[in-house]
Design a protein around this ligand. Structure first.
Ligand code: B12
Length: 477
């Protein structure tokens, strides 16, 4: 079949993010013999014109629409992307009569919402490679794909939505994301890095997290040699030497990060990369190995640093793990960030103060803090809050919904904002206290690569020096 895949995402904060998932799906569909083209809307201002031109060129029978973000997950400056998605769907309809199939992480977290909200009949939840390809086979043969695993469908006449559970691929080792489907150079220039995946799935039980819904619970890893080959291709064929590993957590399952880093060792001097890690199972040996393999910064998915909140969120590490991991990075001079979510189950003013104090002690390069927990429909937290009557309905979670533990509901955003203001190395995506967005955009424009929060201490120093009439420190790329 003739297939057009459209990446709808236009968010450029904190960086434009290359549509890796679309590349995986496009490669699988092309390998299965379909005629595939891709339209990436990220840098396109005239959505209607871009869609019309792509449809004119590709004459698609099916348009696969990739929806990455539901919202920016940030409170109180919340952005919902639904109006933009409506515009893209309308543009697809105006341009032709191809069947539309929705997919992507946003769609997977709430298929029962998106199909009616966008008035679309078909969708795919979870991994797209096998399901979308099977669906195309059915549609080409005039068969009904509604029974396939991972297919979501909507009967417009009856208004009923059916969502079949995804059949997670037992192995992801044979998958490829052919980069010919994305503009690697533009993303490198404007986003400062390329992206790469080494595993899928998350078996952790954090109550609020949608990763197991999006990627499945079972962790499936790639052969580290294939990962290294992919990095080599990005380096040699695309000239990209800065990468972000998009795995939900890089240092799990136990031993795998070591194997990937070992495979990357021969490239260690030529590449720079970053990833999300957990504070548990983070040893000096692992840190040394990561750095030798080119790792230049780490983002810890810490969420909280008080025992009661860690328990409430069902995190699988302790405050001591956070301290130890921080010390290991600090001693080696490896830039690191802690990402936090204030206001979760078990949060009180005392735990807020504990978390802030532990952060001060840890000396992180940056702290990225969200206020209020974005509750996703399929998560354990949603089930708990619905059972306790603390959210009005399942449907209420479709629109950006942030939950605050009762003890800190009033005044949390102000308290965290004040903490951030007093420190200067804290970033609050939902509250423009130390608003780095414009500054970071300028730094990207000057060609700086990789995670820009690495530069925060120097930026603060620069601001202080400039205020006193002194010279800015040098920021290397
Ligand atoms: C890595 C990551 C980041 C990195 C990206 C770095 C980079 N250069 O790539 C950083 C830190 C920059 C980032 C930022 C943000 N992120 Co983020 N991120 C992720 C993460 C962990 C992985 C995304 C990824 O690349 N996956 C790998 C690819 C291969 O998978 P995929 O895109 O899902 O595609 C598969 C399927 O979805 C499907 N599929 C995809 N498209 C299509 C299309 C069709 C037609 C079909 C059939 C199937 C299909 O098939 C693909 C292959 O199997 C996800 C969580 C997760 N586990 O998914 C969050 C996630 C996507 N991010 C999220 C958010 C909110 C953001 C931010 C808005 C946060 C913020 N306020 O700054 C920004 C937005 C950035 C942007 N420009 O869009 C949310 C989105 C949900 C929501 N609430 O909206 C997620 C789901 C995390 C969460 N909170 O649950 N993110």
């Amino acid at each position: 079949m003739r297939v057009l895949l459209v990446s709808a995402n236009q968010e450029k904060s904190p960086d434009p993010v290359a549509p890796l998932g679309v590349c995986y799906v496009a490669t699988a569909a092309a390998d299965a013999g379909h005629e595939v083209s891709v339209l990436d809307l990220c840098f396109r201002e005239d959505v209607e014109a871009a869609v019309a031109a792509a449809v004119r060129d590709a004459r698609p029978e099916v348009i696969g629409l990739s929806l990455r973000n539901v919202d920016n997950c940030a409170h109180p400056d919340t952005v919902s992307y639904l109006p933009h998605y409506r515009r893209v769907v309308a543009a697809c309809r105006a341009a032709g009569d191809a069947a539309i199939v929705l997919g992507g992480s946003a769609f997977t977290t709430m298929p029962a919402y998106y199909l009616p909200a966008l008035d679309v009949r078909w969708g795919v939840v979870g991994e797209g490679e096998a399901t979308f390809t099977a669906m195309l086979g059915h549609l080409a043969a005039g068969a009904d794909p509604a029974d396939l695993d991972g297919v979501a469908s909507r009967d417009a006449a009856r208004g009923a939505v059916r969502v079949n559970p995804p059949a997670w691929l037992p192995s992801i080792d044979g998958l490829r994301a052919d980069r010919r489907w994305m503009d690697v150079r533009t993303y490198f220039a404007r986003g400062g890095m390329a992206n790469l995946q080494t595993k899928r799935g998350c078996h952790f039980k954090c109550t609020f997290c949608a990763y197991p819904v999006i990627e499945g619970r079972g962790m499936r890893t790639r052969d580290p040699r294939r990962v290294a080959d992919e990095v080599r291709t990005l380096l040699d064929e695309h000239g990209v030497d800065q990468l972000f590993v998009v795995d939900s957590i890089f240092n799990a399952p136990r031993g795998y990060a070591e194997r990937v880093a070992t495979a990357l060792l021969p490239l260690g001097r030529r590449i720079r990369w970053s990833c999300f890690v957990g504070p548990a199972n983070f040893t000096p040996e692992l840190c040394d190995l990561l750095m030798a393999a080119g790792c230049q910064s780490l983002d810890f998915g810490t969420d909280a640093a008080a025992p009661a909140t860690l328990r409430g969120l069902r995190k699988s590490f302790t405050v001591d793990d956070i301290r130890t991991a921080s010390r290991i990075c600090r001693e080696r001079g490896l830039p690191f960030q802690h990402s936090l979510v204030f206001g979760g189950e078990g949060e009180t003013w005392e735990t807020v103060a504990q978390t802030i104090a532990v952060m001060d002690e840890c000396g992180a390069t940056a702290v990225n803090a969200m206020c209020g927990v974005r509750v996703y429909p399929e998560t354990p937290l949603a089930a708990t809050l619905l059972a306790r009557g603390e959210v009005p309905s399942l449907e209420a979670l479709y629109e950006p919904f942030f939950w605050f533990a009762p003890a800190v509901r009033e005044g949390l955003a102000e308290t965290v904002a004040a903490a951030a203001r007093a420190r200067g190395n804290w970033l609050l995506p939902g509250n423009k206290v130390n608003d780095e967005e414009a500054l970071f955009a300028r730094l990207r424009g000057r060609g700086l690569k990789g995670d820009l929060w690495r530069y925060l201490p120097k930026l603060r120093l620069g601001q202080a020096l400039a205020a006193g009439g002194g010279q800015w420190p040098r920021l290397e790329g």
